[in-house]
Structures are given as structure tokens and as C-alpha cells.
Design a binder for this molecule. Structure first.
Ligand code: AMP
Length: 282
């Protein structure tokens, strides 16, 4: 247990990292939007193994939400987050106000291709990844950590961040942490608090159908039939399915079975107004 320092400005962040570096200490960054759960904490544990100093950023980034999305009602639980991060032993919480990240006149946005246009999340949230990549580029440049850790839960996002960090020559190792789940398979998400009791009972069907489909594909069943069966199971459970796709795990392009490249199954589906995403190795 320690008391993480709360840092609210770019200058104060740079001062902290400068002091650590002067003492020969390396730095890990775990970016989040707060409303922290065990998935986020698992990333801080990876961070601990990689660096002497761990910074967790908490910033609900307005530019990655579309106007009809949940920016204003996104859960904000700073005091509880602070306690969890104290228990996790992080060194600093970087929690800038929107005006610190986007001062008046801010006019730069990162434009993306590659994994950001794989036809998955980008089909349903067209401006999302450019908002994510821009804020993550800023966080990477502001903190300039040795390593930054992101969850595989947001698999396409992780690919976009790896690509952006490489393309902009940022000297930062990007690591992925595995998805932490409830006992029934539902991936932990800050948005799960939106689910009512009935929806919470239905929610694990998404992951269960994906695991069943992955197992059938590994057993050699015809891919197309397995995937359309899984889509039907998910829809019959009461989800409005945005997509359920099998992709190359590295490029996120269409799978080339003959190549022997690893495959990833990715999905997004709504229960009522709540949109869940998930992905698993096949
Ligand atoms: P968020 O606060 O939802 O933007 O997530 C912050 C980071 O935590 C991202 O890198 C997410 O991919 C990661 N994350 C979210 N949910 C989970 C989970 N269930 N398991 C592991 N990492 C997660």
C-alpha cells in the first residue's frame, strides 16, 4: 500500500518522470478512463514487473466518443479508483482535466489506416480510433514511458496503438495484457454497470458462443457454418449483433487458414443500450 501522487498537468508529469529517470528508474504507463476494475488492476501488475515506477492515467477522452455515445454518463469513480490504485501500489495517477489535454485552439488529429480500418469497430464507431490514437500519442509523448500496457480486451485498439507507436518512432514498448473475466466468462468492463439484472444474465452468452465456435473451428468444422450458427445463437439470446468475425490475429485482415497464422475471433453486440465487445484466440 502506498499513496499514489495525483498529477494533473503535463508539466508536473514531466517533472516527476525527469526525477525518476535521473535516479535511474524506468517508467511504465497504464492508460485508462477510470471506473477501475480487476482488468485494469491486472495491467498495473504487469507494469510493476516491467518498471520501477508505474503511472496510471485516468482520462475520459471526449474525442473518442461519438455524439450519441455515453461520454456524459460514462462512470466516473475517482475516489474508489484512487483507493484501488493505492492498494495496487502505483506511484502516480495522472488525471488531467480536458482543458489540459485539449486547450482552446487544439487542432491536430492522427489519421489512421492499417488495423484501424479492418472493418470491425471502425465500421460502427468511425471517428473512435482517431480519437484514441491522438490521446494515446499525447499520453505517450507526455509521459514517455519505457513501456505502456493495454488490454487485449480492446484487441483492435491494441493493434492500432502498436501501429501508431511504431509509425511515429515513439521509443516505447507496447504490451498487451490478457482479458480478465467474471466467472461466467463475461469480460470485465466499466460499462457492465449499465446492465440490469436480466441483461446481466444474458451477457455471458456472447463469450460462451464465441468459445463454442472457436472449439468447433479447432476441431475442423466448416468455418462459415460455425460462424453463422454462433451469430444465430447470440441473436437468439437477445443481442443486437454488430459483428462476429474471424480474423488474422496480427493484421486483423481476413484469415488465411493455409498460412498457419494465429486467428482471432472478435465480436461486438448490444443488449438494450449497452454495447459489449469481446475477442478470443481461436
Ligand atoms: P478503459 O478504461 O476501458 O479505456 O480501459 C483501459 C485499459 O484497460 C485498456 O487498455 C483496456 O483494454 C484495458 N481493459 C479493459 N477491460 C479489461 C479486462 N477485462 N481485462 C484486461 N484489460 C482490460
Amino acid at each position: 500500500m502506498s499513496t499514489p501522487r495525483i498529477i494533473e498537468s503535463v508539466n508536473a508529469l514531466r517533472q516527476a518522470t525527469r526525477q525518476w529517470r535521473a535516479a535511474g528508474e524506468n517508467v511504465a504507463l497504464v492508460p485508462t478512463m477510470g471506473a477501475l476494475h480487476a482488468g485494469h488492476i491486472s495491467l498495473t501488475q504487469i507494469a510493476r514487473t516491467k518498471a520501477k515506477r508505474v503511472i496510471v492515467s485516468i482520462f475520459v477522452n471526449p474525442t473518442q466518443f461519438a455524439p450519441h455515445e455515453d461520454f456524459s454518463k460514462y462512470p466516473r469513480t475517482f475516489e474508489a479508483d484512487r483507493e484501488k490504485l493505492a492498494t495496487a501500489g502505483v506511484d502516480a495517477i495522472y488525471a488531467p482535466q480536458p482543458a489540459e489535454m485539449y486547450p482552446p485552439g487544439f487542432a491536430t488529429t492522427i489519421s489512421l489506416a492499417g488495423p484501424a480500418s479492418a472493418g470491425l469497430e471502425d465500421r460502427f464507431r468511425p471517428a473512435h480510433f482517431s480519437g484514441v490514437a491522438t490521446v494515446v500519442a499525447k499520453l505517450h509523448i507526455q509521459a514517455m514511458p519505457d513501456v505502456a500496457i493495454y488490454g487485449e480486451k480492446d484487441f483492435q485498439q491494441l493493434a492500432v496503438i502498436r501501429q501508431m507507436t511504431r509509425d511515429l518512432d515513439l521509443p516505447i514498448e507496447v504490451l498487451g495484457g490478457e482479458t480478465i473475466r467474471e466467472a461466467d466468462g463475461l469480460a470485465l468492463s466499466s460499462r457492465n454497470v449499465y446492465l440490469d439484472a436480466a441483461q446481466r444474465l444474458v451477457a455471458p452468452v456472447l463469450n460462451a458462443a464465441m468459445r463454442d465456435a472457436a472449439r468447433r473451428i479447432r476441431c475442423g468444422e466448416a468455418m462459415e457454418a460455425v460462424m453463422s450458427n454462433a451469430r444465430a445463437v447470440i441473436t437468439a439470446a437477445g443481442f443486437a449483433l454488430d459483428y462476429l468475425e474471424l480474423r488474422d490475429a496480427v493484421t486483423l485482415g481476413p484469415p488465411d487458414i493455409a498460412s498457419g497464422q494465429p486467428l482471432r475471433m472478435l465480436a461486438a453486440a448490444k443488449i438494450g443500450a449497452t454495447r459489449l465487445i469481446d475477442n478470443i484466440a481461436v
